[in-house]
Each structure stands twice: as structure tokens, then as C-alpha cells.
Design a protein around this ligand. Structure first.
Ligand code: ADP
Ligand code: ZN
Ligand code: ZN
Length: 714
């Protein structure tokens, strides 16, 4: 009898172990298949993890059906899921579920492509002609296919009906962005490409490289040249980016270089497109995969190179279970495939920088900008501005620079890490704060007297009088991006101001169109949160202002200084990228802070040295490892019970450096308690931590989430 071990998907049931089922003759079930199985009286879905000829359980139930035989996970991915259970501290089914393609759904297509699994059905001569023609070819419209072969539409239609040709609808970005081709690499770029080829013996052994390239030094072109070599050797390339909307320029460059043999994977994609790309990757039709965090699980069969662009970005860390880091997964997969890993950034994470200082990674550097007119950075001490009577949010030096920039027909970008009009509303009489009824957080004032919570999305009208004391002394406190944009529009009435943050621009396509408008110089100023600080390459931008550098410094997190430095350098890197010199103005109330001082000179290695010393002294990562455990419950009493259990179990495996109410005490009605455990981070400790997780008794209305190497401690 054939037995299969099935991991039930977490959205159907919370079961830690796999369950045994038997397989009817005639049902070809293999590891990696998604199957429907009975569980109690329900039919649930799970992933077949392994097969066997016998089971130690009696009265097994049968597998009902295969859900999608074309979407099976590879043996490598199943093995990866097993590894994730320890490294990301989660159940096997949870690990498997992030790897699955979404269920497909229909949408009206325009382009057609050969299906991933052409089988050996009998075909007419014309149909065979089309199949051969479309093999390894970019998607085309029906008419294009027919015309190319001098056929009528009907054989094309037949193949579509038979599902040999599948629809594609993808944005062809290269048409939007008018990009100059790069003819010759610089000496530094050539050196990078050559070193990687030599040290990996032309991509035949696993090696990790950290490419520290200052902003505007041409990292993207290095990725493209390497990708070409890997593809030429018949292997596949994975390019990971922190966010797709901001990397449309990078995607466009790859599309220019590789045509439509590029698959793009991100959460904003329509489901059927994601499924289509997933299957194309699985079958090896596409050679290049570009995607965000979860694209690291793409079913690439013959990986030669993984690139993590902006490797320091926290977007690579998933905050919900499974709390994995795309970099760790990339390294695991590269080891498995004997592939090269290239981590690129102008401000590498200290984790990677430390490894590049030892022999673990090879350090490569691009120290010069491609175009070198120079960038000048100025500091504006906002305490002095205030003392001399300037109460506005703009220092004189920033205003002067904006005026000059705009009058020369050049453009400016201003950063402010706070959305909305004002971050809080406070009663000047009694101190009442407008807080979210579901979260323990201040609500943010947005347009038209609307308050909204940035955690749960709850919104309500701003009350006319203070709900506490009845006075009419409710006042706004602080400034957000919306207010900033309004203010700029008032100061510079002849220039258009664009705003980009999560409120103003929701969809990826909408974001791209705002960026395109700015790229095509339809506005003088772009205002945004840190979301626009990375990646963008706008040659006409010569002025960048950081409105309040202190915002990221004041976050209660041991990485606050590192994040501030990254933000300032990345934001500054948007200025003076073309042939004209650029200017950066950093506004702050604490100009003497070392992350601001080092950002001023742009000296990453000095900053890193200082920050690493502080981390070593404090016993913080990257010298130790942390695990964060958040227990949350709908009532305080349920919370207390579970906290006691977790507290005892955790204390046995490491040093508890924090155990208390989470900095955000309540989110969406769930009360939260946080533990922070410090430990060496070795395999044995991680296994012990996972054992703790497995053995915590499950309770209704109580959740326990484990996060190894947390990037968010709120
Ligand atoms: P980074 O990612 O390092 O910030 P980019 O890859 O965006 O930098 O490159 C900056 C600009 O320089 C881009 O406009 C790119 O087209 C251009 N560029 C890159 N390499 C070269 C080269 N070798 N010659 C000319 N222009 C180049
Ligand atoms: Zn009041
Ligand atoms: Zn809320």
C-alpha cells in the first residue's frame, strides 16, 4: 500500500505534525503535490511531504484528489521547508504555505505563451509548427503568431483551447522608461564582474559577495552583465528587490536586456499571472526571476546566481510567521545549487559587513559615481533656526536651495518619515490624545478632519470638542507628508508638487505613474516617506531635503542609528545622479549625533566600525542573536496565563533580556506581551527554541509568534 505524509495547510487547521493517508491505485501522488484529504468531516488541503510503504497508524483515510498537479513543489523546496522550521521557528505546514503559488484565476489576456508542460498529444502539422515556433519565445498576440508563420488564426485558437498556449498580461516596463543603454563598463564595474567570475570559477561553486557600491555607482549594470553570463551558461538568475514599485527602473533595464524571458513575482500581481510565472519558472522557460521577498522561494531548478539588491532593507524580513529573512533563504538555496550570491548596497547591513570583514563573504567595492559632478551635503540645525525666529518646518538653507533648483528648471525630492497632516491630535487643556479604540496608538490626522490608525486602518471624524473635558482646545501636533506637500504648494505656487506615500498612492501601477510623471519632469518637487529613498535614478534631481532626520533616531530600537544612517545616505543618493552637481540638506535637532555626522561625510566604513563597536559592547546583533516572542490574547487574563507558560520555557534556553508589555500594548483588540531572548544563534539553540514553540499548549484566543532575528521590536 502506498502511504503519504501530508502537511495540512495552516489556513485549514493548526496541526504541527504531518498526517498519514493512503493512496488509491491509479492516483499518481508524489511529494510536493497539493492534495485534498479528509480531516474529521471536512475536506482540507495539504502538501505531500513524503511517501512510504507502511504506516504505524491504523484505519488510514484515503487521499481524495490532487488539487493542482502542475503546481507541485520541488524536492529542494520541501527540504528547504524542513530547514525553515528551525531557522524561522515555525510549523512545517507554515513553511510550505509561503512557497505555494496562489490558486489560479481567469483574466482577459492579450499575449500568449507556450504552456509550461507541453505533453505528447497528437498535433496537426500547423499546430506543431506553432509549438516549435513558440518554444523559448517571448509571448505574442494571436495575430502575431499567425502572421509570423503565415497561418490563419484557427490553429492558434485550437492550441489556446487545448491550453497549449496560455495567456500573459504583463506590464512591458521598458516602453515606459526611456533608458539610455550602457555601452562600456567602468574599470570598477569590470573588476567586480571579473572577480565574481574568477572566484566562482564561472559560477560553478558557491560563494557570497558583498558589493558595497556608493549610490549611483552603477550596481544594476553589474547585475545585468553577470546575469548575461549565467544565462549563457544555461542557468537561472534570481534578482531580489525590496519593493517592486520603486524598482521599475531596474525591471525595465532587465527587460531591455533580456526581453520577456524575465518573470516578475510580487504580491501586487494578479493571481493568474503569478501562477503563470511560477509555472514558467518551474519548467525552466524563463531564465531571470525578479521579485520581492517571497520570490526567493521561486521554483528555480538550476540556479546560478542570486542577487539581493539593497540587501540592508528590512523588507526582506517577513514579520509574520514564518518570520524568515530572504537573505538566509537565498544563501541556503545557493549552497544547494552551488550558485553565487551577490548582496548589493550603498549601506550594507552590519550583519553582512561583519561577514565581509572575515572570510565568509568577499567584499567588492564601487567607490565612484558613474557621473561625478559631486554632491554637497549641508546640515541645518533646527534649534538655531528656532532661536533666530524661524518657526517654519523649512530651514533657510533648504528654502534657498529649493528656490535655486526650481529656477534652474531642475527638480527636488523632500523626505519626511510621517504620513498624513499631523501625527497626533492633543487637547491643550487636559492632555487628552485621540487614540485608536482597537490599538494602543495615537490616531493620525488626515484630510477633511479624518483621523486614522496606521496599524489597523480604523478611521473616525475628528471631534469638534475634546471628548474628555469638552473644551475646544484640540490641536495638531507635528507635521506629516500631506501637510508638507500643502506647505510647498503654497510656497512655490508656480511648481507642481507630487506626493508619494501609502495614503496618496495605493496600487503599484499608480505608484509607477507618479514616478514616471516626475521622471518626465511634469512636477518640480516630489514629497514622500522613506519609501522613495532608495533605487530611483532621476538625473534631473539636484536637491534632496531630509525634513526631520530625528524621526528615525527616536525609534526605540537598537538599530535606530543604523537605520538613520541608511536613510540619510540613501535619500542623499537620489541627488546629483546626472551630469549636474547635487545638493543634500539634512534638517535635524541633534546635528552632533554620530549617525548624522557620518552620513554628512558619507563614510560608511567609519560609521560601521563605530556602530559595530557599540553593538559588541552591548552584546547585541550581529555579535549575538535575538529571538522575539509575542504572546497576544483577546483578554488580559488569557494573556497572563499563557505568558507564564512561555516565560518558564524560554528562560531555560537563553537569556531573557526583556519580558513585559509590548511597546504597542494592543493591536486590533489583541493585548500583547513581548519577550526578547538573547542567545548564540547556533543550530542547537535554534532547535531548542523550536522545541519550546512546539510544546506550548495551544489555547483558543491566544497567539504565540516566534521571530528569530527580529527587525521590529514594537
Ligand atoms: P546604483 O544602483 O549603484 O545607485 P545605477 O545602477 O542606478 O546605480 O546607475 C546609475 C546610473 O549610471 C544609471 O543611469 C545607469 O544607467 C548609469 N550607468 C551605469 N553604468 C554605466 C556605465 N558603465 N556607463 C555609463 N552609464 C552607466
Ligand atoms: Zn481636553
Ligand atoms: Zn488601530
Amino acid at each position: 500500500m502506498k502511504i503519504v505524509q501530508v502537511a495540512i495547510l495552516p489556513r485549514h487547521a493548526d496541526i504541527e505534525q504531518t498526517l498519514d493517508y493512503y493512496v488509491h491505485d491509479g492516483l499518481d501522488v508524489r511529494p510536493g503535490y497539493r492534495v485534498s484529504v479528509p480531516l474529521g468531516r471536512r475536506a482540507v488541503e495539504g502538501i505531500v511531504v513524503s511517501t512510504d510503504s507502511h504506516s504505524s497508524f491504523a484505519n488510514l483515510k484515503p487521499v481524495r484528489s490532487i488539487v493542482d498537479s502542475r503546481a507541485e513543489l520541488t524536492p529542494e523546496l520541501i527540504e528547504l521547508a524542513h530547514w525553515l522550521t528551525k531557522s524561522a521557528c515555525c510549523a512545517l505546514s507554515t513553511a510550505l504555505s509561503v512557497m505555494l503559488p496562489p490558486p489560479g484565476s481567469g483574466q482577459l489576456p492579450t499575449l500568449w505563451q507556450l504552456t509550461a508542460y507541453p505533453s505528447d498529444h497528437p498535433l496537426s502539422e500547423k499546430q506543431q509548427l506553432i509549438i516549435d515556433f513558440m518554444n523559448n519565445r517571448a509571448p505574442m498576440t494571436k495575430t502575431e503568431i499567425a502572421k509570423s508563420l503565415g497561418l490563419s488564426l484557427s490553429p492558434v485558437e485550437t492550441l489556446i483551447k487545448k491550453k497549449f498556449l496560455v495567456p500573459v498580461r504583463e506590464p512591458a516596463l521598458e516602453q515606459n522608461w526611456n533608458l539610455d543603454p550602457v555601452d562600456q563598463l567602468t574599470k570598477e564595474q569590470i573588476h567586480c564582474v571579473n572577480t565574481i567570475c574568477q572566484e566562482t570559477d564561472s559560477f560553478s561553486c558557491q560563494k557570497t559577495f558583498l558589493l558595497h557600491g556608493v549610490t549611483g555607482s552603477g550596481k544594476t549594470e553589474v547585475y545585468i552583465r553577470l546575469a548575461k553570463k549565467v544565462v549563457a551558461s544555461g542557468r537561472q538568475v534570481m534578482i531580489l528587490v525590496p519593493e517592486i514599485a520603486l524598482t521599475t527602473q531596474l525591471v525595465a533595464r532587465f527587460q531591455t536586456a533580456f526581453g520577456r524571458r524575465v518573470a516578475i513575482l510580487h504580491s501586487g500581481l494578479a493571481n493568474n499571472l503569478r501562477v503563470m510565472y511560477w509555472k514558467q519558472i518551474r519548467s525552466g522557460i524563463v531564465q531571470i526571476v525578479i521579485g520581492t521577498r517571497s520570490a526567493v522561494f521561486a521554483p528555480v531548478g538550476n540556479l546560478g546566481l542570486v542577487v539581493l539588491d539593497e540587501e540592508h532593507e528590512t523588507a526582506y524580513k517577513q514579520e509574520e510567521t514564518p518570520c524568515y529573512h530572504a537573505r538566509d533563504v537565498a544563501l541556503w538555496r545557493a549552497a544547494r545549487h552551488k550558485a553565487a550570491v551577490l548582496l548589493g548596497s550603498a549601506t550594507p547591513s552590519l550583519e553582512s559587513w561583519k561577514k565581509a570583514g572575515s572570510t565568509e563573504y568577499t567584499l567588492l567595492q564601487l567607490q565612484r559615481r558613474i557621473f561625478t559632478p559631486g554632491v554637497e551635503t549641508a546640515l541645518a540645525d533646527m534649534r538655531r533656526e528656532l532661536a533666530s525666529g524661524n518657526r517654519s518646518m523649512f530651514s533657510r538653507v533648504l528654502i534657498d536651495n529649493l528656490e535655486q533648483t526650481l529656477s534652474r528648471g531642475e527638480q527636488a525630492i523632500l523626505f519626511l518619515n510621517r504620513r498624513g497632516l499631523a501625527p497626533t491630535v492633543l487637547c491643550r487643556k487636559c492632555g487628552f490624545r485621540c487614540t485608536c479604540p482597537r490599538c494602543s496608538l495615537s490616531m493620525t490626522l488626515h484630510q477633511a478632519k479624518i483621523l486614522s490608525c496606521h496599524y489597523c486602518g480604523h478611521s473616525s471624524r475628528l471631534p469638534d470638542a475634546c471628548p474628555e473635558c469638552g473644551s475646544n482646545m484640540l490641536r495638531q501636533l507635528g507635521v506629516g507628508t500631506q501637510k508638507l506637500a500643502d506647505e510647498l504648494a503654497r510656497l512655490f505656487p508656480c511648481h507642481k508638487v507630487l506626493r508619494m506615500d501609502r495614503d496618496s498612492v495605493g496600487t503599484i501601477a499608480a505608484r509607477e505613474s507618479v514616478l514616471l510623471d516626475f521622471y518626465n519632469q511634469k512636477a518640480g518637487i516630489l514629497v514622500g516617506t522613506q519609501m522613495i529613498a532608495k533605487g530611483l535614478d532621476f538625473p534631473n534631481v539636484t536637491c534632496v531635503g531630509i525634513v526631520l532626520a530625528d524621526l528615525s533616531l527616536s525609534v526605540a530600537d537598537f538599530r535606530a542609528a543604523e537605520r538613520t544612517f541608511q536613510l540619510l545616505v540613501q535619500a542623499g543618493g537620489r541627488s546629483g545622479r546626472g551630469l549636474k552637481p547635487g545638493k543634500v540638506v539634512i534638517q535635524t535637532y541633534q546635528p552632533e549625533h554620530y549617525s548624522i555626522q557620518f552620513a554628512l561625510t558619507g563614510n560608511f566604513s567609519e560609521f560601521a566600525q563605530r556602530e559595530l563597536k557599540l553593538r559588541a559592547n552591548a552584546g547585541m546583533p550581529p555579535y549575538t542573536a535575538l529571538t522575539r516572542v509575542v504572546v497576544s490574547a483577546l483578554s488580559q487574563s488569557e494573556l497572563t496565563g499563557q505568558v507564564r507558560v512561555v516565560n518558564e520555557a524560554l528562560g531555560a534556553v537563553g537569556e531573557l533580556i526583556y519580558s513585559g508589555v509590548a511597546p504597542i500594548e494592543k493591536i486590533k483588540d489583541w493585548w500583547r506581551w513581548q519577550f526578547v531572548l538573547r542567545h548564540p544563534g547556533d543550530g542547537q539553540t535554534l532547535a531548542a527554541i523550536d522545541d519550546v514553540r512546539k510544546n506550548i499548549p495551544r489555547q483558543q484566543n491566544v497567539r504565540v509568534v516566534f521571530d528569530n532575528n527580529p527587525y521590529n521590536l514594537l
